[in-house]
Design a protein. Sequence first.
Lengths: 712, 431
Amino acid sequence: MSADRPTGVYLCRGCGIGECLDVDALAAAADGAAVTRTSAAFCLEDAQLITQDVAEQGLGSVVIAACSPRVNRQVFNFPPATVRRVNWREQVAWSHPAGEPATEELARDLLQMGLASARHTKPPTPYTPDHERSTLVVGAGPAGLSAALAAAEAGHAVTLVERAPEAGGFLRRIHRGYPTRAEALDTLVAWDTDDLVQRVTAHPRVTLLTSTTVTGISGQPGRFRVTLEGQASELVVGAVVLATGFEPVGPEHFASYGLGRLPDVVTSVQMEELAAAPEIRRPSDGRAVRRVVLLACDGPADAGNLPYGGSVASMVALKQAMYVRQRNPEALVFLVYEDMQTPGLEELYYRFVQQQRGVFMVRGHVSQVTEGGDGALLVTAQDSVLARELQLEADLVVCSVGMVPTSAAQLAAPASPHLQYLQGETLPLHRAGFLDSNFLCFPFETRRTGVYAAGCVHRAQDVAASRRDGAAAALKALQVVEKASQGAAVHPRVGDLGLPEFFMQKCTACGRCTQECPFGALDLDDQRHPQLNPNRCRRCGICMGACPVQVISFPDYSVEMLGAMQKAVDLPEDDDRPRILVLACENDAYPALDMVGINRRQYPAHLRVVPVRCLGSVNAVVVADAVQRGYDGVALLGCRSGENYQCHFIQGSELLGTRMSNVRETLGRLALEEDRVQVLETSIADAHRLPEVLSAFAEGVVALGPNPMKGF
Amino acid sequence: MAGSSPGSSTSDSILVVGGGIAGITAALEAAEAGAQVFLVEKGPHLGGRVAQLARYFPKLCPPTCGLEINFQRLRDNPAVRLFTMAEVQEVQGRAGRYRVTVRRRPRFVNDRCTACGACTEVCPVSRPNPFDYGMSTTKTIFLGHEMAFPMRYAIDADSCLFDECARCVGACPYQAIDLHMGEETIQLEVGAVIVATGWQPYDAQAITNLAYGHYPDVVTNVMFERMLADNGPTQGRLLRPSDGSPVQSVAFVQCAGSRDRLHLAYCSSICCLASLKEASLLLERNPQARAHVFYIDLRTPGTYEAFASTVLDDPRVRAVKGKVADILADPQSGRLVVVADDMVSGEMSRTAVDLVVLATGMVSSLDADRPAGAIATEAFGFVAEEGGEGGIFAAGCARAPMDVASTTLEATAAAMRALAAVRRDPVEVGA
């Protein structure tokens, strides 16, 4: 152990460890430690002893063999010393038989692995240059306005950029909003867009730039350099919110309904314009409308070729039914729908409109709209309740049109933040064209740290939801600057201060790290070497896994560290003590292994588990070295890949899959069976399945016989 | 931060009421942006309803995956102060200055607990496990589940024998059990409040024609989630409650209570997608099984459409547009017969199945019981979105029935609005 960073080793006997292992005997194995102590429970009063040792003996490194690193994180925190945890509780005492030599060997190896990782752990040097407590908001519709005001109120200086000559966005094209409160279903919401814009721009920290577009964004969270065209040409901001909204889907998708051909067939957007007049008049001859057919267009065949259904179409149709009824109490409205999409409290509005005199709900599918006699339109629908064809005469037909995010490739000129990033100008897109973000659990986490999507470019939603979305994206903007000011990572490794270091002398300028980084954190310098933008980095380690010459490492996570950990394991040569290296994703597979122990179930004691940040951070060399050294098998436990991926770093397990070809090559060269190394897809919910899966893998390895490389 | 008027202080901390996915998200998002947060949870552990779900739709991924990340964020963040077993009793004041009274019930286990489990080995009392909706039992001293956070046991006061027994006290190696722990009242000063109190399943027994409580093989959707869960009462094996035989067919009865003026006038928003998800999990567990979904409208808005059509395109899934009138037992086969009005054919359909799953709706947790003072509820006990200069914000199903994806969005928005409220320049605070 290095003399300049003395190490303390603390071995706990609590929670059944003392009954399972001969802790005193194991303590003797921790050679080279400046201090070695045991305790009945280090997490209680004895934690003080560690604090004392760190202060008095100047320990630089603390190794604690006790419970899982997932628990007691605040208790076992001894700055300035770095801490390494050896999981003797969940993954030894709780999951293996007490008093058996194999269990003792496992505990000894895990301790040695912990000591090895401690030797390769350096304290991080946080990156904290100047940062800007400011946010650029692109798009001044409902989402952008809301983002701007919220960020400003919470302390950021905000530049709100709008392409159009005035702010307000789509809000200016909507006549009235539908009610959002159960108490006031009969009141349509009248927005005063000018007033709303005024309230935002009146904030002393908000600057609105209209008729302005963003032409380029470079840099990183805390310090993005923005170039613009219009009212300003340059800006430096801490974070970016993209709220460029949507376009209504083109009329060509509704040709069978006569849209674009018959003047009195209009879109729901045109209906908003018609409804702004004192009387709703049909476009062809200006006659006030008396019979209106509203097509909710909510059927799967009706989304205008969009790969998603309507989110607001049903509510808009219901609202527009009220437009007609309020103007002309004699008018009749037929609302044709397939599945009334009014989830939650919106159902109350559906009920309310349904009960209005003169409003008729027709459940069915519209097959065509044709010209009838006397300038009337004829709507033919299949009524699915009465199971018959129905013809409705109308003087106005309104098609609810879908929303296409301004980011979608199908648009002639998709909106782009013009990121000056090696990986491209725009954010990755969802298959439906929305700016992609982590769907479900962390909806604002994008793959471009510090650049967040809000409003209808994020997902199709109504005004109230867009406003919430804007506020939420603004929070992420504040957060990323807050973390940048500390030199700390944002989600999911929040607070991690370590950054990848590149040993450039050995770099071959292959560029693989820059391509595989899920967050576009790396650019290329003039020698085509990777150039890190530290505040874009999320510390997943995928660059480290990608590098074919292993020049990338973190202060507390490196190829050398993983190598030293596998080498710390004793590889016995007798046949009945096989050794299997398990590289387990610390987000999902490792907790699942813990839960096997928490449930007091058992798995083979031949396994040596090393937690990794992501399977994508596993360099092929780590696996190849292990088989070359004589491990009988290597199991890689990580998350599901593919479309419904669960990897917190998007494609880590997928990337590992492609790297496995290198490993198979090594196996081939050594004339070793491919089955010795396997990726076992493991989710966090697999705790109940894992003992069987691991036993089956171990049995398979045993059946192959010992690795002939052992002892070479 | 400066006070709004001389001599009065404002608080820049935020109270989050409820430790489900909405509350956890709101608390963490606010704290990571620099706020001080108090997170108050009624039960002994965090996670709320989502921790009890087998999988999320549409990715069919386990909720514990996101919860694990969130729990680690909580473990690493001292800016979030957590109170479990605690309920907010009263909130008084205005934005920037709320006085909050929190009542903390005794856990009877202190923070010396290491979750070693020695106590459960000696505890002689079993009780129905609320985490499994009564389909399994735990000891009276228990850990909510294998991923419980905080990882500390608690004692169920209703079933514990206390001093009459006290065996756990002697068995605990760490003096972590205190059977005489008392109730506490905690006063907090906060600048903003996020209400994330979530929902309760509607009482299925109130829908008499659907025979819940009458036939053991009629279960609710939340129970079926537990039956599907790997950490559920049967480790995810689908067995009929009546006789333990494997489930070969399931009828999903949509709108069990929802969209019905006799029960819940509103739509519960998630049940269509939840049932489609449960149908696909059923087929994953038992590829020979059949699912029948009885619905009024299939509410699968936006990008959920793709997921819905994948499930509905499966020939093993039959969707029937129509309301279920009756559930009867077939005494000969021991199966249940679902009688429904098929709106497309216009006839009454009779479908024999092994298990009936009622898609019971959501009731706001605040419907029956809400804290005194400033937290106001509207129709059906949901909290209105506060506009303007107020300091009380709702997130998730406390505001309206919604799915998890919307909940995490709204919780983040509520965190921002709360942060803006506590940081807003005093001059802007409504006098």
